[in-house]
Ligand binder design. Structure first.
Ligand SMILES: O=C(O)Cn1ncc2ncnc(NCCc3cnc(NC(=O)Nc4cccc(Cl)c4)s3)c21
Length: 273
């Protein structure tokens, strides 16, 4: 597919199919590239929306980041093109749509299904962090399922290339205070926290700190007011993993590597990658 990234695409290269969803900034359509018959998803974003919300730089950053990410659990961005009023992203098509629709349909996932999704997410995040990319917005709406039910992280619209201080430091790290070095790791650890939230939500059907008002949710998060409703369907291993991710001190959250080695993951995840 690489040679295609270079060439100029246009809307005439595609036969547009059914609309998939309506995002805040535009709609998504199934489409087929005419010559190759290759099926993709096209995300149409209106330029006046980008101007209005002043986020064209954010879109550019997303495209730079995502075009360089190639992983089975990350939705591919094959390329893009634009006309006078729209920017169109050419995306990998996730045939089974949004994971959260699956979750709300089924209420909750089995431990095997939940562990498989958490394992895939952890692998994808380890890959992103290796490339100094922090997604920062992992939530069920941004998780898609392909035709084989494989999880795909999508929408890097909020991701950042973490400014790795080491490169910007002129030389030695000796003078860096611990919190500075810590701070770098801190950026990444937000994704670890989110894995804990998702693991809880996959198993209980609701996020752990849900509350009537946003203020109450904020309070519960700040206090890490975590409780596990008694359920025969959630093992103590699962609760152990969640409790080691939903830790206030970001440096003490279980690392991605340790998540992959956790007994609950080893026992339950179907590692189809
Ligand atoms: O209908 C659906 O949405 C669900 N669906 N179902 C199947 C399916 N297959 C592929 N993609 C889907 N959806 C698009 C997922 C995205 C990936 N990357 C994005 N990036 C983005 O929107 N960036 C962006 C936009 C506006 C402003 C800025 Cl700053 C950044 S959206 C699919």
């Amino acid at each position: 597919m690489d040679q295609n990234v270079k060439r100029e695409w246009s809307i005439n290269d595609f036969e547009i199919g059914k609309p998939l969803g309506r995002g805040k900034f535009g709609r998504v359509y199934v489409a087929r590239e005419v010559k190759s018959k290759f099926v993709v998803a096209l995300k149409v974003i209106f330029k006046e929306q980008l101007e209005k919300y002043r986020i064209h730089h954010q879109l550019r950053r997303e495209m730079e980041i995502q075009i360089s990410l190639k992983h089975p659990n990350i939705l591919s961005l094959y390329g893009w093109f634009h006309d006078s009023e729209r920017v169109i992203l050419i995306l990998e098509y996730a045939h089974n749509g949004e994971l959260y629709k699956e979750l709300s349909k089924r209420g909750r996932f089995s431990e095997k299904q939940a562990a498989t999704y958490i394992f895939s997410l952890t692998e994808a995040l380890a890959y992103c962090h290796e490339k100094h990319v922090i997604h920062r917005d992992i939530k069920p709406e941004n998780l898609l399922l392909d035709h084989e039910g494989r999880l795909k992280i999508a929408d890097f619209g909020w991701s950042v290339q973490s400014k790795s201080k080491r490169q910007t430091m002129c030389g030695t790290l000796d003078y860096l205070a611990p919190e500075m070095v810590e701070n770098k790791d801190h950026d990444y650890a937000v994704d670890n926290w989110t894995l804990g939230i998702l693991c809880y939500e996959f198993l209980y059907g609701v996020p752990p700190f849900e509350a009537e008002s946003q203020a109450d949710t904020f309070e519960r998060i700040k206090k890490v007011d975590l409780s596990f409703p008694p359920s025969p369907l959630v093992s103590s291993d699962a609760k152990n993993l969640i409790s080691r991710l939903l830790v206030k001190d970001s440096s003490r959250r279980l690392s991605l590597q340790k998540i992959m080695e956790h007994p609950w993951i080893i026992k339950n995840a179907n590692r189809m990658g």
